[in-house]
Design a binder for this molecule. Sequence first.
Ligand SMILES: C[S@@+](CC[C@H](N)C(=O)[O-])C[C@H]1O[C@@H](n2cnc3c(N)ncnc32)[C@H](O)[C@@H]1O
Length: 330
Amino acid sequence: MHKEALDLLDNLSGEDKRIVDKFFREVYRQEREHYWSITKLFYHAMYIPMFLQIAQKYYPEQVYIDTHSGPGLAKIGGSDRDVILGSPLLALRWPKIIAENVKQFRKIEKGFTRLYYIDKDPRRISVLKRLSGEPANVNLSVGDANLLLPKIDVPGNAIVYLFVDPYGSLESQLGYEALKTFVAGKRVDLMINVLAPNIAQGLSSIRNKNTLLARIEKLFGEAFCDNRLCEKLGITQPLCNPGPKKASHILRAYWCTLKRLGYRKYSILPVKFKGTILYYMVLAVKGSGKWIDGYKEFIHLHAPKDYKTLKNLWLEATGRLASLSRFLEQ
Ligand SMILES: C[S@@+](CC[C@H](N)C(=O)[O-])C[C@H]1O[C@@H](n2cnc3c(N)ncnc32)[C@H](O)[C@@H]1O
């Protein structure tokens, strides 16, 4: 998979290379070793085969939606060659790679029946268009995911894997209305990057009560700060009053919101770096979610705890488990 990413990178036109470089500079400006992208993409890559294997048995259509797709390549380290497939291309190419390499997943070769990619940056979507090769089952759109997600028309016999990976700013988040409208009446497994520390910081900086309430309503829905509802949901009022907020308030608000939208099971995977929580990957399912338990256990038991091992898996370095597909065979 690393080789595929490098091939794509090496064949980019000059203009596309500039767009990708700019994306890398914007997304990965703080750390030389990009621990946060490597981990979220690891969780994503591990969920895809498990989702497809079970979903294919029960649903004729398996749909993938990436609301904040980026251009299709991600950077996982300081070197120019530390590049891997980003979330949208993982969803497109990884099932075939696994099926060819891991016996127990050989039936998922065809991958998702339809894929939808959204990004508000037209240049990133145009690079992704070229990198994906634009097969007939791939749909790309430019715009705010809050406006575009509710418009996606998913067939009634489908199950959806929705991957939401925004920036940390409040503007970038997928809000309540879009999520509510989209998931209503559908079977949607949701993997969302909850950048709780950033969101808490963003909300803490709002001094005006009405502005704060409008922001919270956008994120977590109408009447979220209604006293009785807060009490029922176990949300402490500080979230709705100007002042400092904690990441734990935000995480709780997300889970309450998901419960209101019909989600019954969830798994929270905190991503830490040097003892600090950077974000939480939250996986939520509406059904009894038998496979979420298997997934949780797999991650808990097998996910490498150290950054170096994880990076080596992605970069297909030598070793006993020399690649992510070998890793899945465990
Ligand atoms: C963290 S990056 C996504 C990385 C991608 N998941 C990957 O694996 O490479 C976030 C992306 O979201 C896009 N974005 C930000 N706000 C958005 C919005 N409201 N709607 C759609 N896309 C948005 C940005 O242009 C950026 O490409």
